[in-house]
Ligand binder design. Structure first.
Ligand code: NDP
Length: 309
């Protein structure tokens, strides 16, 4: 049998780095546009490939989404009938947990207030609060969300976690399903959104949900901007009902210059980089799945396109 090829497409990721990392796993990665023997392509490593991309490769057996969020892939009408996997990378989870912890601590330690005071040369002493008295609600307990929740628990915050199916996690009080959402929002001083974008979560956090959050609560979104009704968030931030926000993701990216979030004093905007796949560690899982596919074994981190994540 002729050697298998993995086709690569991404406008954001460096081909050479991925190619070197995957070569260590015995995977032959090629830029999709330079492949002249498409029938040798058995796998595709892709981030937002153009429409019709997959139809060039008649022997495709696996699509690897070059990231954890698969919403841009699973909704397409040109997907081949082959397994889809997402990246699962312990370093990616750790990077996300680090971002969420940074954002949680930023609010828990009143850093935005000190930044404002510094601009006015004000020595504004605010006595630090005991982390145990601060409740952090994490919406979404997947690979990245769970790592974030555990990191917050490790710092001593009271952590509530919410998911679709009930989880049992040491150090995190868990609940599941839509009826439980109001309680978790109402109890949290800091709400962290770690949900995937699916038809069920689209605009889930709307004006009614923001109203259910505590007066002055902080809001962190590190998963997808489309889960939030952005106008409702802006209104809640303007009224002060949501006291502060740290936002890494937005309904439209890059965030348009005329979006009010850019200039709001109580908002920190970061340009969608809370976490990124790190080829050195992520390549191991891809290599393992290539071997599993070859041997007819069950694949790791398989995505359910019907469920949307
Ligand atoms: P997973 O797909 O592993 O987990 C998703 C979690 O959300 C699960 O706990 C799931 O519940 C829960 N969930 C899904 N739908 C619902 C619902 N309708 N109601 C309640 N809970 C729900 O995701 P990850 O944790 O790995 O990643 C989360 C998101 O982070 C990704 O989808 C991606 O969009 C985003 N991301 C952002 C990055 C950035 O740089 N900002 C980088 C990488 C990813 P259950 O466990 O019961 O299925």
């Amino acid at each position: 049998m002729t050697a298998e090829i993995m086709a690569f497409h991404s406008a954001y990721d460096d081909f050479e780095t991925w190619s070197t990392a995957l070569a260590r796993e015995g995977v032959d990665l090629r830029r999709a546009e330079s492949i002249d023997e498409p029938d040798r392509v058995r796998h595709a490593l892709v981030w937002k490939p153009p429409h019709g991309f997959f139809s060039r490769f008649p022997n495709l057996g696996l699509v690897v989404n070059l990231g954890a969020g698969v919403d841009a892939l699973v909704g397409r009408d040109d997907l081949p009938e082959v397994p889809i996997t997402r990246l699962s990378d312990p370093k990616m989870s750790r990077m996300m947990a680090g971002y969420v912890l940074f954002a949680v601590m930023r609010h828990a330690r009143d850093i935005p207030k000190f930044e404002r005071a510094q601009r006015n040369k004000q020595w504004q002493y605010l006595h630090p609060r005991d982390p145990e008295t601060i409740t952090v609600g994490v919406l979404g307990l997947g690979e990245l969300g769970m790592a974030a929740a555990l990191e917050c628990a490790r710092q001593g915050y009271r952590v509530l976690g919410w998911s679709s199916t009930l989880k049992s996690v040491e150090g995190v009080t868990t609940s599941a399903g839509l009826p439980a959402l109001e309680d978790i929002l109402g109890e949290s001083d800091i709400v962290v959104c770690m949900l995937p974008h699916t038809p069920q979560t689209r605009a889930l956090l709307d004006a009614e949900r923001f109203a259910q959050m505590k007066q002055g609560a902080a809001f962190i979104n590190a998963s997808r901007g489309t889960i939030v009704d952005e106008s409702a968030l802006i209104e809640a931030l303007r009224s002060g009902h949501i006291g502060e926000a740290t936002l890494d993701v937005f309904a439209t990216e890059p965030l348009p210059a005329d979006n009010p979030l850019w200039t709001m004093d109580n908002v920190l905007v970061t340009p969608h980089l809370a976490s990124v796949p790190l080829p050195g560690s992520a390549a191991r899982q891809i290599g393992e799945n290539v071997r599993r596919l070859r041997d007819g074994r069950e694949l790791l981190s398989r995505v359910d396109p019907g469920r949307g994540y």
